[in-house]
Design a protein around this ligand. Structure first.
Ligand code: GLC
Length: 667
């Protein structure tokens, strides 16, 4: 059951698509405290209550013990104590004495103090008195999530080829580098489907332009790549460069499509290209205009994009920078004591993503003029919506790959997300594992992290262990930052091992694709905490580093350096599969309980549940080479193992046709 509570006169976010009537009774479970500016919902937690959810956030599967703030933030160096990441995903699920879900539909800041201030108290504070809050009750965890997901609408579905492996780097500077990457992959027989174009493919970081010197004929390059089974996937940034003669800038200016300040002049921020304006993605007309610009690249044979810097990230605003320089000039020649020194430092450090800047420009949203900070968390969502709506018009019958950095619930209907700039840290591999179920709860199914880590220098063992987990995530992309150690799979000593591990992804692709498609079509979670399926098992509730992936398997990734294996908890008897490559496999039936499992660095393990099976293909160098007909069934048969395989052409949009679902049986 879904109970809806409307406070004041909320701003519509378009997160929810299903009509829900306002509830008559008072909100259950919570104590509500109102001030003139905020509303706080307090819940007394029992010692064993678990709180799941919050999508993209730091820490565990169980979110207890910390304070999370929904406020889309560009934080490339996030750590354990970071309160806000790139997305704002206000859904939680309380599981214990009571069982219920909560969704706070509010586009500004929401604070989830989950036993941070007081260990057993949860306080959800909304930074306003106008918002909608939903309370969802149901039979079990999966039922509550499903009701929530039905309410927010079906998740975006990526083309099948986008479930292949992708290589990215900030940046491959010219077409020669792209060819070299592809050649290295193909020569070493390491499968690959996508090469990503980061900001340097553009002409001076201008959206929808191509640097003609570095990429003289992008259309021809895209064609040449496609002949080898590779798609090029360019980045699009939120800010539009201010430059005379640049058509998008001039058109946007003339039509009044950029965000303006109080005085009616365009807000000027600094991002990669230097000074930019932000298109008013919340304004229907401006959004439609921006979305249609993707056509420039679609026309060159491009079939996928990633939307970036759309929190929006601000390096500086023109106004703040001016003031900072004035202040700095005053400090010149001064004896900088403790206060003056830190003041000087702060002048520079506080330039980026400054709260006051977010409160200094406006949107024209649904007939109202709204200050940006009041709808901050919608910007990335609406940028991606711009693209999604345009794709539906421009390419009605074709799936276009789209994923974004910033997001809000609702955006999951228009694209996936990657989890932003992480680090080549073991702790970020663990974070990636733990985040997956929470992201799925919030509707983000086409999702994954920068494998190997974006910032910092990766090591070969971290890269391998991360790939060994990444082969299960729908978005499987290796991406790294400028200046870091190269981390393409062929850069390491034992290229064969990389070919084998990535090859396993192509072997299990019929499973990964089927599970991904079924979860999207049915509003379910592909990645689940153990406790969701083993409800009566009190130990399953404690497990923070194993996941159920789809219907048939449990995974237990290794995420520690120099570990030769790990402890694994089996909530029931399962068949362990160890794979060094698609063909080198061993099996062992393990009893319910605790086990120490050896896991070599060059090996993938997973566990098949009783009477379940996983369809295995012969693999391929790219997705279109994978034969979904010629399958081997890896099964753990107690009486009879069954499986529902999903097969379609992988690029058209008739997802729900009965002929796409095939029943496989293994006796
Ligand atoms: C941002 C993105 C990152 C990208 C970089 C350059 O940091 O998150 O993925 O490589 O910008 O475009």
């Amino acid at each position: 059951m879904i109970l809806k509570y409307v406070y004041g006169t909320p701003i519509e976010t378009d997160a929810v698509v299903k009509e829900v009537d306002g509830a008559e009774k008072n909100i259950p479970f919570f104590n509500v405290e109102k001030t003139e500016e905020t509303v706080t919902f307090s819940y007394q937690m029992e010692e064993d209550d678990i709180v799941y959810g919050l999508g993209e956030n730091v820490r565990g599967i169980n979110k207890r013990g910390f304070l999370y703030v929904s406020n889309c933030s560009d934080d490339p160096c996030h750590r354990e104590d970071t309160n806000s990441l790139y997305g704002a995903h206000n859904f939680i699920l309380v599981d214990g004495k009571e069982l219920f879900g909560v969704f706070v539909d509010f586009p500004e800041k929401v604070t989830f103090d989950i036993g941070y201030t007081k260990r057993t108290e949860m306080d959800i504070t909304v930074n306003d008195v106008n918002f909608v809050i939903y309370v969802i009750t149901g039979e079990d965890e999966k039922d509550i999530v499903k009701q929530f997901r039905q309410m927010i609408g079906q998740s975006y579905i990526a083309p099948k080829w986008a479930l292949g492996y992708g290589q990215s780097r900030w940046s491959y500077m010219n077409e020669g580098e792209i060819r070299e990457v592809v050649k290295n992959y193909r020569d070493n027989q390491i499968p690959l489907d996508m090469v990503y174009l980061d900001i340097d493919y553009m002409e001076r970081y201008k959206d929808f332009t191509v640097n003609k010197e570095a990429f003289p004929d992008l259309e021809a390059l895209a064609k040449e790549m496609k002949e080898q089974g590779i798609r090029l996937v360019p980045i699009i940034d939120a800010g539009v460069k201010i430059e005379e003669g640049y058509d998008i800038y001039e058109e946007g200016l003339e039509k009044g499509y950029f965000c303006k300040k109080e005085d009616g002049t365009e807000f000027v921020a600094g991002v990669w290209p230097g000074k930019v304006h932000f298109p008013d993605m919340l304004n229907d007309e401006a959004r439609n205009w921006f979305g249609k610009k993707y056509k420039v690249l679609l026309d060159k044979g491009i079939e996928g994009f990633w939307n970036d810097m759309n929190e929006p990230a601000i390096f500086y605003s023109e106004d703040r920078l001016k003031k900072a320089f004035e202040e700095l000039a005053k400090l010149q020649g001064e004896n900088l004591d403790i206060y003056k020194f830190f003041h000087m430092k702060d002048l520079v450090l506080e330039l980026a993503n400054n709260k006051e800047d977010y409160a200094s420009f406006y949107h024209e949203y649904k007939g109202q003029r709204i200050r940006h900070d009041k709808v901050h968390n919608l910007y990335g969502y609406y940028m991606t919506r711009a693209a999604g709506e345009a794709f539906d018009e421009l390419e009605p019958d074709k799936r276009i790959l789209m994923f974004s950095r910033a997001s809000y619930i609702g955006m999951h209907r228009y694209g996936g997300i990657w989890t932003g700039d992480n680090m080549s840290w073991w702790s970020h591999l663990l974070l990636n594992i733990r985040m997956m179920p929470a992201l799925n709860m919030c509707g983000f199914l086409y999702t994954g992290a920068d494998l190997g880590g974006f910032g910092a220098h990766v090591t070969e063992d971290l890269m391998l262990r991360w790939l060994e987990f990444g082969i299960f995530t729908p978005l499987m992309r290796n991406h790294s930052a400028l200046g870091t150690r190269r981390q393409e799979a062929y850069q390491f000593e034992d290229k064969k091992v990389f070919a084998n591990i990535i090859g396993i992804r192509y072997g299990i692709l019929p499973y990964i694709y089927s599970e991904y498609m079924k979860s999207s079509i049915r509003d379910e979670m592909m990645f689940r905490p153990l406790a969701f399926d083993y409800r009566e098992d009190s130990f399953a509730k404690r497990v923070e580093d194993q996941l159920l992936v789809g219907d048939s398997i449990m995974i237990a990734p290794v995420y520690e350096q120099n570990a030769k294996g790990r402890y694994v908890y089996l909530p029931e008897k399962m068949k362990m599969v160890k794979m060094k490559s698609l063909t080198e496999r061993t099996y062992e039936i393990l009893e319910k309980g605790h086990h120490y499992i050896d896991v070599d660095l060059d090996e993938v393990i997973f566990f098949i549940r009783p009477d379940k099976l996983i369809p295995l293909s012969k693999g391929g160098q790219f997705v279109e080479e994978v034969d979904f007909e010629d399958l081997e069934l890896l099964s753990f048969v107690e009486t009879e193992a069954t499986y529902e395989l999903y097969t379609d052409d992988g690029f058209t949009k008739e997802y729900d046709k009965p002929e796409h679902f095939k029943h496989l049986i293994s006796k």
